[in-house]
Design a protein around this ligand. Sequence first.
Ligand code: BMA
Length: 370
Amino acid sequence: MTALLRKIGGISGPLVLLAVLAAASSCGRASGETLYARLEGAVQSGSFYYAHQDDLCYGHGWKVEDVQGDSLLRSDVLSAGGDFPAIVGFDLGGIELGSAMNLDGVPFALMRRAAITHAMRGGMVSFSWHARNPLTGGDSWDVSSDMAVASVLEGGAKHWEFLGWLDRAAAFLSSLTLPDGRPVPIIFRPWHENVGSWFWWGGRLCTPEQYKALFTLTRNRLEAQGAGGMVWVYSPDSNASPEDYFARYPGDGFVDILGTDHYQSGPLPQSRDFYMSRLREVLGYTSAYAAEHGKLICLSETGYEGIPDPQWWTGTLLPALEGFPLCYLLCWRNAWDIPGHFYAPFKGSADAPDFAEFRHNHKTLFLSDR
Ligand code: BMA
């Protein structure tokens, strides 16, 4: 950037501004390309990155209280498996209203510090966004109106307000920079689980065209507001047939990674068989598309709540993924606020020995595996 400024030293004010903006956005693009190349590199070496939601901010029975001073060295994954996750996931829900903390009680100031700290340690971060319902004022799960998506698109009653929501997200995301000014590598995954109908952007709540317009509006606006250089994930829930999945696919120009959110639930052994067969079906059609279109695939959310199977990591998860070139998988949060709501091991949990084996498997990449 400084070299560029020197080069254009003789040009008049507005032109300089344009050149600086162009350089800033290409710097953003470059960071997205570097991150994408890193994810692709994992696939080429036959491995994938392990990610955990909210990992440094809280875990099973604990929570960071000192937002400014905590050393952020605590992690359930570290204490059970001996290493930090390579990717830490965060959720922006609440940023749209300018709240000080997100919907799960994580202060945005802590989230920023955790994201930057993790990137400085060599890690990557991902963001989802459980945004409130822009039309009703309810939460993400308020599906009382099928007009919410329509209302934020161009011409809709909430369009301008919604642009303000996107701008708040952009301001936060673009504030995530390393001390040397480089952006934190961000994977962004908005409007997820959009085939099922439990979020206001879900399958029965908008048409495929409206959904795609929401996604493209989001990417265009965030990039125009300085949050360039992110890698974008499309992540329907695994209920999606290939037809559902691609009917709402925003397009190759807007999506870098084809994801899926897929959980195991219900009693063993049936739930294991279903988890594995359904996941393999979805990874089958996403990987086929990705191979043809030069994209990557991931398992954007997964887990088995409370991990009732102590061999889940090597007995179910690894075999389910066998043969598919995914670049990362993310296990959902170990809630500090809801007993039994956890998806990763913690010190002393019954699955911790199996998780340690999973961590040492040649396919899995944690923070130190670089
Ligand atoms: C859900 C649950 C909720 C949480 C939400 C957003 O899956 O974990 O408790 O509020 O995600 O993180």
